[in-house]
Each structure stands twice: as structure tokens, then as C-alpha cells.
Design a protein around this ligand. Structure first.
Ligand code: SF4
Length: 228
């Protein structure tokens, strides 16, 4: 059976596992909706959306048409849509998903752990995302511990430097964040802060202990900054 545009777009939305219709704190200064894309290649022990990140199939996938109808209905009150996760850049359907949101007239902010700078480069270069929030987990040497062994220090630093180079060409679109997890010392926090030039917005996020992962039960939704 040949693929139609509709089946391709439905596939692009098939990893969307959560929607927060209104958030006041996921894009500074804007009223947004937040979409959650399931899956993440990292295994941070402090992940507060671990079920979404590691077992997305346990969460019900949202129906594309229902989400589009909801966004369309709220469009006049929304300043944009945040695409979060999990790690959205790990999802092959991300670009199509973002294109469809932008086509509604809603700007998109992307939340990322910086693991796929090539994806961020494409979305920024194609003018598909109006803002990118980049998480810095800690000092480069701590990445193996902070990501559950998923990332070595050299890769973490190289990915960040590539994203920072993109940010310096598009300074109005980038902000950086770091969550103050218990494993980070005050010296670690100072080191992280020095990674990001003072010219960029930088936000410290308070640590929220991870929620227990349900075994054999469905969780109904993921969590936005506004819900933690
Ligand atoms: S990068 Fe983010 S979503 Fe992925 S495991 Fe770490 S905290 Fe969770």
C-alpha cells in the first residue's frame, strides 16, 4: 500500500505521548502548550520523566488530529508550543512534527540535552524553531555518571561546543539550563556556569526527585516544568 502524506504525518506524531494544554513556565515570558515526545538514549539516574524517556510504549500515544484540533482551538491564547521529552531530537519524525505545528502559526521551542547537534542545526537553519533550551548536565568529566554511562566526557564537550557555535550565530534563539542534582558540588555548578557565555540566558533548575516508574501500569501523562 503506498504511503500517503497523511500516513507519513500520522507516523511523525506517533511518539507524542503527552500534552500540557497551558504552561506559564516552559518558555520564559510566553504562554505555551507543551508536547512530550517519548524516548531518550540517555539513562540519567535523576530523570524526572523516566517512564516517558525509557518506556514510552507504556504511555498512550496521542492522536495527531486531536492534538492539532486542540492547538488550533487554543491558538489565539497561545504564544507558542514547547516540544519536550524524553529527548525529542532522538525521534526521526521530529522535523515533520515541528513543521506541522509551525504551519498552524505557532512558534516552536525545542528542549534538548544537546545529544544531537546536527538535528538542532537543521531545525534552526530551516527556521523551524524559534527557541532552543539546551540542558547542561554538569562538568564534562561527570557526564558518564550523570547520564547513566550513556555519554563520555569528550562527546559531551564536542556536542556542546557545536551547539554553542550555532547559538553564537543565532543568539536570540538559545537559552541554557542546568538542574542542580545532588551529585553536583558548588564547584561543579560554577564550572558549568563558565561553559555558557554571560550573553546567553541561563537558568538553574531545582532538583525534583524522580517519580517511581510504575510496573505493569499505564501512566497517563508526562510532566512539564509547570507540573514539577
Ligand atoms: S537526558 Fe533528560 S530525558 Fe533523557 S534520561 Fe536524562 S533527564 Fe531523562
Amino acid at each position: 500500500m503506498p504511503f500517503t502524506d497523511d500516513t507519513i504525518m500520522t507516523e511523525a506524531w506517533s511518539e507524542v505521548r503527552g500534552l500540557v494544554p497551558v504552561s506559564l513556565c516552559d518558555w520564559p515570558g510566553r504562554v505555551t502548550a507543551v508536547l512530550f515526545v517519548g524516548g531518550c538514549p540517555w539513562r540519567c539516574p535523576t530523570c524526572h520523566n523516566a517512564e516517558l524517556a525509557w518506556y514510552p510504549e507504556r504511555l498512550p500515544a496521542l492522536h495527531r488530529q486531536a492534538v492539532l484540533a486542540e492547538l488550533t482551538r487554543r491558538r489565539q491564547w497561545l504564544d507558542g508550543v514547547v516540544v519536550s521529552g524524553g529527548e525529542p531530537t532522538a525521534w526521526p519524525g521530529l522535523e515533520l512534527l515541528v513543521r506541522e505545528i509551525v504551519a498552524l502559526g505557532l512558534p516552536v521551542k525545542l528542549d534538548t540535552n544537546a545529544s544531537a547537534p546536527q538535528v538542532v542545526e537543521r531545525l534552526v537553519t530551516e527556521e523551524l524553531v524559534a527557541a532552543v533550551a539546551v540542558d547542561v548536565k554538569g562538568p564534562w568529566r561527570s557526564y558518564p555518571r550523570l547520564t547513566g554511562g550513556a555519554v563520555d566526557p569528550a562527546t559531551a564537550e564536542a556536542n556542546f561546543r557545536r551547539i554553542l557555535a550555532l547559538a553564537q550565530k543565532n543568539p536570540q534563539r538559545f537559552l541554557f539550563r542546568c538542574t542542580k542534582v545532588p551529585a553536583l558540588s558548588p564547584q561543579d555548578l560554577l564550572e558549568v556556569r563558565r561553559y555558557v557565555p554571560e550573553t546567553f540566558p541561563f537558568y538553574w533548575q531545582e532538583y525534583i526527585p524522580p517519580r517511581p516508574i510504575a510496573h505493569g501500569e499505564e501512566t497517563t501523562h508526562a510532566f512539564a516544568n509547570s507540573q514539577t
